[in-house]
Design a binder for this molecule. Structure first.
Ligand SMILES: Cc1cc2nc3c(=O)[nH]c(=O)nc-3n(C[C@H](O)[C@H](O)[C@H](O)COP(=O)(O)OP(=O)(O)OC[C@H]3O[C@@H](n4cnc5c(N)ncnc54)[C@H](O)[C@@H]3O)c2cc1C
Length: 416
């Protein structure tokens, strides 16, 4: 081996940067290897460039937003949770704001400030060397545990301890291309098949051109299986995409259905455009408005109930003659209008790809990792952190807190 460090950290994302910061508290030599030309590429684009770094909800509620087994995070959170994370950044001079939904952002509105707070400390620390534009291609083990890493530049580095922080497979242009799964698998770890999550859904219905990019607010989306059994329901904002639906409530729903879709299941989504009005109230309102506007033609009168952009999709769904006058609308037609408003159907057949997924579901099996230290149960002195683990969470700051807390736990553990 050509060089030796106490600790090698693979990946300079949220988890790796936190692990390096904490590990550097003791005077150990650290090599932080990053395959991209810059550290923290993904961190800098989080939260639409504003970085929703955590969520202030209490631990029980927080954990309920995490799959596959959020309880895995209990130990790491007991050491370093949302309050500690907020203090950590505030002590580094980053003022924070708590926004709607208990989401925490830097007051400046710049994700860059979160990144700089981490990287500045790392770059100033003479015990940490950063090697950019270089990938770790292999974990080198001995019967005693981890021994070092092999690099894409053909060299090897010996290390007493190694922290894997290579992220998942989503947004691969940021460097998270899933190499960590292969590294972990090659030393014996089980990988729960990684799939895109927090991702737009693809449907078979044609989305009319005028609707693409259009956002609906205060709507309710329910997804059911082929037996009509409800899987999930979300209320809020959604957007139409060229081949389906996206936006906040769809991304949230995607976490619950991505695995089923990946397994080839076809699912039914119904959109309630009028969630504030129950079926009977809306029906009475429809009867009244159909009477009051009897001479108007349906195609135009739909504006009474819908934004203009939605009309082509409504007409496509309802199969009622477009030029019918409202006083000719039959009871059957009215039921169709009602169904369109309360349960607009979509046939969901898949998700968009990792290129558009905010997180990866699946990863290194939690059964093989010590939840207190993030140490591998299979390879001594190897630690596994962040999105690489079989953990993914809702939008709202949960995913970054997982990366920071697991990075922290590993950073502490390598100092023991
Ligand atoms: C557009 C977008 C917005 C998001 N917004 C939010 C948000 O506001 N709040 C939130 O909580 N979550 C958000 N997330 C999710 C969150 O960013 C991730 O869950 C988190 O960054 C994961 O951190 P990580 O350190 O595990 O991995 P990453 O941040 O992906 O970092 C992994 C690093 O490892 C490097 N690497 C990979 N393989 C190798 C190798 N073989 N050798 C060397 N280096 C390697 C990569 O280049 C990368 O720099 C967002 C994600 C996306 C894509």
């Amino acid at each position: 081996m050509q060089a030796r460090y106490d600790i090698v950290i693979i990946g300079a994302g949220a988890a790796g940067l936190m692990a390096a910061t904490i590990a550097a508290e003791k005077q150990q030599t650290i090599l932080l290897v990053e395959k991209m030309d810059q550290a923290g590429r993904k961190l800098r684009i989080t939260g639409k460039g504003r970085c929703n770094l955590t969520n202030t909800s209490p631990i029980k509620e927080f954990i309920s937003h995490i799959g596959s087994d959020g309880r895995f995070m209990r130990n790491a959170f007991s050491m370093f949770f949302n309050n500690e994370l907020m203090q950590f950044f505030e002590q580094k001079g980053v003022a924070l704001n708590i926004e709607r939904g208990s989401r925490v952002f830097p007051q400046s509105g710049k994700a860059l400030d979160i990144f700089l707070a981490l990287i500045n400390g790392i770059e100033r620390n003479k015990n940490i060397s950063i090697l950019k534009n270089t990938s770790v291609t292999e974990l080198i083990t001995s019967p005693a545990g981890i021994a070092g890493v092999a690099l894409s530049n053909g060299t090897t580095v010996a290390a007493n301890k190694v922290i894997l922080a290579t992220g998942g497979k989503s947004y691969p242009l940021t460097g998270s291309t899933g190499e960590g799964y292969t590294l972990a698998k090659n030393v014996g770890h089980t990988i729960v098949d990684p799939i895109p999550s927090l991702v737009p859904l693809v449907c078979t219905e044609k989305i009319p051109d005028e609707l693409i990019g259009f956002t609906l607010k205060n709507v309710s989306l329910t997804i059911s299986d082929s037996n009509d059994k409800k899987i999930c329901n979300f209320f809020g904002e959604m957007t139409f995409t060229p081949d389906g639906i996206g936006g906040p409530i769809v991304l949230s729903a995607s976490r619950m259905v991505s695995r089923r879709l990946q397994n080839g299941e076809q699912l039914r989504a119904t959109l309630d455009l009028k969630p504030a009005l129950d079926h009977d109230v809306l029906d009475k309102k429809l009867i009244r408005e159909l009477n009051e506007n009897g001479t108007r033609i349906l195609k135009d009168a739909l504006r009474l109930w819908l934004p203009a952009e939605m009309i082509p999709l409504a007409l496509q769904t309802m199969t009622i003659e477009h030029y019918k006058r409202l006083n000719q609308v039959s009871a059957t037609d009215r039921k169709k209008i009602l169904r369109m408003l309360k349960a607009l159907p979509f046939t969901i057949v898949g998700t968009r790809s990792f290129d558009e997924a905010i997180v990866t579901q699946g990863g290194v099996s939690l059964k093989e990792v010590n939840p207190k230290t993030m140490e591998s149960k299979l390879v001594k002195n190897l630690y596994i952190t962040g999105e690489l683990l079989d953990l993914d969470a809702d939008t709202g700051g949960y995913n970054l807190q997982i990366a920071f807390s697991t990075g922290y736990a590993a950073g502490k553990a390598v100092n023991e």
